[in-house]
Design a protein around this ligand. Structure first.
Ligand code: HEC
Length: 248
């Protein structure tokens, strides 16, 4: 009986410890998330509306809420981040009809409001950096953590094109299989590799914020709550001293 319980505990523990690997065993990179970095959030928002919003919406996010949270004015958002006739109080939708999208890509681009929570920021950070040339795919690209992805390489202008470098490993079934161990840039984009990495960090930072916009506010309120509790403690301490002074 004891052994059975021990086995069960071990099983649960091993299933809990995440191995931080993509589906094909490609190791995920740690995303440097910093929700307090407003400059990074602003750069991420700009990248999103320029390179992603043609296909992906943020159905739970309003432009003006985003403006307030990431430190922009409504006018700045209107001028720089809205390319349609959407009003600043509207949700960040796009005008791509879902049925057309499905026909073009085989699968409709998902709404990305909650993607950071659904997939995790490390996955997004790695996913967006690991599109690689694959002539067998409809858009000529594949992805290291999302094999046979239906999304084209939306940010090729910035990153350029890369091809995979393989290392042969043995698969669990015993046969040989090719494992991607890295990439080689075959055609540079507008950004250098470190610049591109930083841009993706900004983009993922922005998606992390979008996944939980209240997070920034909660922390802001939290500071005041702690400050209040501290001041209240001082007052209570002084009161206690006052009440007890005649008894001692
Ligand atoms: C040309 C259209 C298009 C553009 C532009 C585009 N995507 Fe996609 N994206 C798709 C499609 C289609 C899918 C669905 C892929 C699938 O399920 O095979 C997708 C899926 C995704 C996913 C989900 C991956 C998963 O694991 O489920 C994420 C995250 C994503 N896109 C992020 C982005 C970001 C960030 C940008 C901007 C840099 C972007 N996309 C630009 C079409 C696009």
């Amino acid at each position: 009986m004891k052994k059975k319980i021990l086995a069960l505990v071990l099983l649960i523990l091993t299933s809990l410890s995440s191995t931080a690997e993509g589906e094909e065993g490609y190791v995920l990179q740690k995303a440097p998330i910093d929700l307090y970095n407003k400059a990074s959030l602003q750069k991420g928002a700009k990248l999103f509306v320029n390179y992603c919003m043609g296909c992906h919406s943020l159905e739970h996010q309003r432009y003006n809420r985003m403006a307030r949270d990431i430190g922009l004015t409504d006018a700045q958002v209107k001028e720089n981040l809205i390319f349609t006739d959407a009003k600043v109080g509207e949700l960040m939708r796009n005008s791509m009809p879902k049925s057309d999208a499905k026909r073009w890509f085989g699968v409709a681009p998902p709404d990305l409001s909650l993607i950071a929570r659904a997939r995790g920021v490390d996955y997004l950070y790695t996913y967006l950096q690991t599109f690689y040339l694959d002539p067998t795919r409809p858009f000529g690209v594949n992805n290291a953590v999302f094999p046979n992805v239906g999304m084209p390489h939306a940010i090729w202008e910035l990153q350029g094109w890369q091809k995979p470098v393989y290392e042969s490993g043995s698969s669990k079934s015993g046969g040989d299989n090719k494992v991607i161990s890295g990439f080689e840039l075959v055609e540079p984009g507008q950004m250098s590799t470190p610049e591109f990495k930083e841009a993706i960090a900004d983009l993922v930072n922005f998606l992390a914020y979008v996944g939980e916009p209240i997070q920034l506010e909660r922390q802001r309120i939290g500071v005041w709550v702690v400050l209040f509790l501290f001041l209240a403690s001082v007052v209570f301490y002084l009161l206690k001293k006052e009440y007890w002074k005649d008894i001692h």
